[in-house]
Design a protein around this ligand. Structure first.
Ligand code: FCA
Length: 328
């Protein structure tokens, strides 16, 4: 009897161990890789991805990937940790074929967020599910807001320069600024007054440098407008204009994003040239993408191939209400 009990105990223990092993292998682990971890937008995406992980009880692995090398190392790292998939915003969309090959080789599911991968000929890789913003349309919202505010202030448009902080190697960035130009010119803004100011990297410092050159080279303008791919781009232009004496009364900047960088600006006691931003949804881009990946891993339900999210103009005056309306 004693022997029998020992035997039962051993069997029970082995079953428990087996169960434990099976459970560890079953554990869902999802990577969330972003190109610029220091940017508030990406911090927000991570925050909402964490929310999904908490709700569903899976593990989220957040990795900053500022270069192609870092992307490949991060994917290796995920494979070594037995993750099953990852969501990525790449530092360069041309890494597309390399990312797809590496994910396949590591047996990891892959989805992209914000910036869509392109193939060798620059075409979007449609096989990889993607959630991005409706870039052109959001750009049009920016352009319309700029034109409306300039008219409201009674500015003579011939005396207004518009700084386009450009990052054309990124398709979503080009679409955003193309949309802004279309809306501006449709509202009667002279195309010749739009100054191209390419930034070397998509951060405030590089936008500041680009805008500084544009302003210095165009002393004929009395007032300024500024737009670009995100809030950081426009903030760079706003700071550059301030440095050259064009403050809130002479500068209208409208960004895209609505994360902390924009909110800080609205919270300042004195108004700045950062007039507004088109608020986009880090919740959809962080929470929803991660949940979609979870469903794909857990239940084999492949995500939609392409989701483009919308935005809403937010200014100092209506920030709280607009954020609430967007569920943020
Ligand atoms: C790109 C930009 C980010 C953000 C995101 C939605 O990745 O670099 O700032 O605008 O699209």
């Amino acid at each position: 009897m004693k022997q029998f009990r020992t035997l039962l105990g051993t069997v029970g223990l082995s079953l428990a161990l087996l169960g434990g092993a099976a459970h560890a292998a079953d554990e869902v682990k999802i990577g969330f890789l972003v190109k610029q971890a220091e940017e508030p937008w990406f911090q927000d995406e991570w925050k909402f991805a964490e929310q999904a992980a908490r709700e569903k009880g899976f593990k989220l692995v957040k990795i900053g990937v500022p270069s192609g090398d870092k992307v490949l190392t991060a994917i290796d790292n995920l494979a070594a940790q037995h993750a099953q998939g990852f969501i990525i915003c790449v530092p360069d969309v041309k890494l597309g074929p390399a990312v797809v090959a590496k994910a396949k080789q590591s047996n990891l599911k892959v989805m992209t967020v914000d910036d869509r991968l392109v193939d060798g000929s620059g075409k979007p890789i449609e096989a990889v599910p993607h959630m991005g913003i409706s870039a052109y349309k959001i750009g049009e919202q920016v352009g319309a807001a700029l034109a409306e505010e300039a008219k409201k202030r009674g500015w003579n448009l011939a005396e207004v320069g518009a700084i386009r902080i450009a990052y054309d190697q990124l398709p979503t960035a080009k679409e955003r600024t193309d949309g802004a130009i279309a809306a501006l010119t449709a509202a009667g803004f002279p195309k010749a007054n739009i100054i191209n100011a390419p930034q070397a990297k998509t951060d405030t410092e590089n936008a500041f440098n680009a805008a500084n050159i544009a302003i210095t080279q165009n002393p004929k303008f009395k007032h300024w407008l500024a737009f670009g791919l995100n809030d950081e781009a426009v903030l760079g232009a706003v700071r550059a204009a301030e440095g050259q004496g064009a403050k809130a009364d002479n500068m209208i900047g409208v960004g895209i994003g609505g994360s902390q960088s924009a909110l800080n600006e609205f919270a300042k006691n004195e108004k700045t040239g950062f007039f507004g931003t088109v608020l986009i949804s880090p919740k959809r881009h962080g929470y929803e993408t991660t949940l979609n990946m979870y469903e794909w891993i857990k239940n084999g339900k492949a995500p939609e191939k392409l989701i483009l999210t919308s935005g809403k103009l937010m200014t100092r005056d209506n920030a709280a209400a607009v954020k609430k309306e967007m569920g943020l």
